[in-house]
Design a protein around this ligand. Structure first.
Ligand SMILES: [Zn+2]
Ligand SMILES: [Zn+2]
Length: 184
């Protein structure tokens, strides 16, 4: 869904959608499971910078809710996580700030996004908002044993025979010591 500034200038536009998987590209970081529900409203805010300098910002307020699959940080098995969040964002036309490089960026302004040309694409905003709300590190369970660094076996389901071996630096040190003793 695309919000055109010219249409928003007439009146705010409300939205209430269910997006099928694939409508928003989340890359490799998350896989959408089922529908992604989103609703809210877009409107134009006029930023008066001077008597003849009025910038048309788009304010997008709303929420989303959906289920996503992300890989476990240790064993890479898919983990399903429900996500939902509210957002209240301001988007400024790209051109509005490009000719004023000397404008200092305040902490408040870092929250401002930009829209290209004359419209804002809802799917682009949702991609960013969903990725931002993902936990930094997801585990399938708190005590996930992860993958064996040697054979790649998932240690949660299989006990491999290389639990302790030459890859362990303590054993390598011992092996080296034994080698020196035997060579004397
Ligand atoms: Zn895991
Ligand atoms: Zn192993």
């Amino acid at each position: 869904m695309e919000f055109k500034v010219s249409e928003l200038e007439r009146e705010p536009i409300a939205f209430d959608l269910e997006l099928a998987p694939g409508a928003v590209d989340f890359g490799n970081e998350a896989e959408q499971q089922g529908m992604l529900a989103t609703s809210g409203e877009a409107e134009v805010l006029h930023e008066h910078r001077g008597p003849r300098d009025i910038v048309a910002d788009i304010r997008l307020r709303g929420r989303f809710a959906g289920k996503f699959q992300v890989p476990c940080a240790r064993c890479v098995e898919p983990v399903e996580i429900p996500l939902e969040a509210d957002f209240d964002l301001i988007f400024r036309p790209v051109a509005a700030d490009s000719d004023a490089p000397e404008r200092s960026i305040t902490a408040q302004e870092t929250e401002i996004g930009y829209y290209q040309k004359d419209s804002l694409v809802l799917e682009d905003v949702l991609r960013e908002q969903v990725l931002l709300s993902l936990p930094v590190r997801t585990l399938c369970k708190p005590d996930c044993k992860g993958l064996c660094p040697r054979c790649g076996e998932n240690r949660n389901s299989q006990v491999c025979s290389c639990e302790v071996g030459p890859s362990d630096p303590r054993w390598q040190a011992l092996a080296g010591l034994r080698g020196r003793i035997e060579s004397k």
